[in-house]
Ligand binder design. Structure first.
Ligand code: ATP
Ligand code: MG
Length: 449
């Protein structure tokens, strides 16, 4: 049921796709989620076209597990909604249908056409950035607005073939990441594609096609126009996708890190950058390891690592002007977070945790005998302790403290722990006796993340 006409009056070039039949490719329904199959079949049975598209087809062809399954169809969003009870229409920039199955959301997008300026006036800014992208079209319109050739493959549920308009299968086999169309134009339409280019190249181990790469240093400034909320989403994909360490290196190498963390980037380029670099890399290594093991991660922790040395520098200069170390850290934290969130809109529930991780460092760094137990009960203790370990690993002089906490936490018996604290006290400045007597013995609660 084709109910929509392409709007463009310009006759577009319509190359024929290369069709890879079922026996010419390795995508198998076995590896497509039940939810995605259900959506594909229901659309198909209702007479619509239904394709798996984007990252899932790419990943299946590479033998990787797709992160999610996106579907493209000629059904309009409202028509999709009529087919599924568990369906919501979302999006202002373009309307999408989300079909929900438990935790899994299948995104269903109606084929869209590229804007060539329409009756409502231009959908682009002066710099050529796309603002609206909601004109429906056909599959051969839709393919042009995809970013990379390897992301533009469509798996057709009607005959299990792969439809390839852009030579994506060949690029995929060659390990090549190539923008569709003219790189300058495509990056101007959406500068986030520069970040995506580095992310995919890193994640897939692909090389960037020369033209796709060449335009990046020339156009990277355009990323400054991207909304901070969108950059927050991108930041999660860049650093929490499992290849954070390498992605960070690529962003630094190609000069894109500056648009995400300008203060950190400047520090990294300074003579003091070495420690910051070591800490960030240690944090990303640990994040990558946790992602690989399916352990929970929080952006608050990465944020803490990415900005710690910037905050420390700011705090040092406040202290040079007479502030106490506690005040200096609190004020520096506020100042740096305020500056950083004007670039990347980190929600407050995360920045609060970042602040707490920083705030606990002084306490953990110089454990006072009478506050040891209390410290472990802080809801952010575990994260702050992990952060202290990273700092130690990255060469900051906090090794003794890190070792103390590690010992303390791995000592199961109350008496032995007591002994550790007493040893600590012996090496402390003499503590008042009163404090010693008041010390309560309680069971340590499991420390939260
Ligand atoms: P991931 O593994 O990160 O999910 P993906 O390729 O599926 O990778 P998504 O962000 O989920 O990436 O987007 C799905 C598809 O939508 C892409 O494969 C691409 O075809 C298209 N797409 C997404 N973002 C853009 C963009 N900024 N410009 C052009 N096309 C895009
Ligand atoms: Mg995806």
């Amino acid at each position: 049921m084709k109910s929509v006409e392409p709007v463009s009056k310009v006759v577009p070039v319509r190359p024929l796709p290369r069709i890879y039949t079922r026996d010419e490719h390795t995508v198998s329904r076995k590896f497509v989620s039940d939810a995605a199959l259900k959506v594909l079949y229901r659309l198909h049975n209702a007479g619509y076209q239904a394709y798996l598209v984007g990252g899932s087809v790419r990943d299946l062809l590479l033998g990787r597990e797709p992160k999610d399954f996106d579907i493209a169809t000629d059904a309009l969003p409202e028509q999709v909604r009529e087919l599924f009870r568990n369906c919501r229409l979302i999006g202002r920039r373009f309307r999408l249908a989300h079909v929900q199955f438990g935790q899994e959301i299948i995104e269903v997008a109606t084929f869209r056409a590229q804007h060539v300026g329409d009756a409502e006036g231009s959908a682009m800014t002066d710099e050529g950035r796309i603002l609206r992208d909601n004109v429906y079209g056909t599959i051969d319109d839709d393919v042009w607005r995809r970013d990379f050739t390897v992301n533009s493959l469509y798996y057709n549920i009607a005959d299990f073939s792969i439809v390839d308009y852009m030579g994506g299968v060949e690029d995929l086999r060659a390990g090549q990441l190539r923008l569709i169309g003219e790189p300058d134009k495509r990056y101007r339409e959406d500068p986030v594609r520069m970040l995506r280019a580095l992310r995919f190249a890193t994640k897939l181990g692909f090389s960037l096609d020369a033209e796709t790469l060449e335009a990046i240093p020339r156009l990277r400034q355009l990323l400054e126009a991207i909304a901070p909320a969108r950059l927050f989403d991108e930041m999660l994909k860049l650093f929490q996708g499992g290849d954070g360490r390498q992605t960070f290196a690529a962003l630094r190498h190609h000069g894109l890190f500056h648009c995400l963390f300008p203060l950190t980037d400047e520090l990294l380029d300074s003579p003091e950058g070495e420690f910051a670099q070591a800490l960030i890399e240690a944090a990303l290594d640990s994040t990558d390891a946790r992602v690989a093991e399916n352990k929970p991660i929080t952006p608050a922790f990465l944020f803490a690592a990415l900005l710690w040395h910037v905050v420390e520098e700011e705090a040092a200069s406040l202290m040079a002007n007479g502030a106490s170390s506690l005040d200096a850290l609190a004020l520096a934290s506020d100042t740096i977070i305020a500056k950083q969130i004007s670039r990347i809109a980190m929600p407050r529930r995360f920045t609060n945790v970042t602040r707490e991780i920083w705030g606990l460092q002084a306490r953990l760094q110089k454990p006072a005998a009478r506050r040891v137990e209390k410290s472990t009960e802080h809801p952010r203790f575990r994260a702050a302790y992990d952060f202290l370990l990273l700092r130690s690993q990255a060469g900051e002089p906090v090794e003794d403290a890190a070792e103390f906490w590690t010992r303390y936490l791995s000592t199961p018996s109350d008496d032995d722990r007591e002994q550790l604290v007493e040893n600590l006290q012996a090496s402390d400045a003499p503590a008042p006796d009163a404090a010693k007597r008041r010390r309560r013995r309680r069971r340590r609660k499991p420390a939260g993340e």
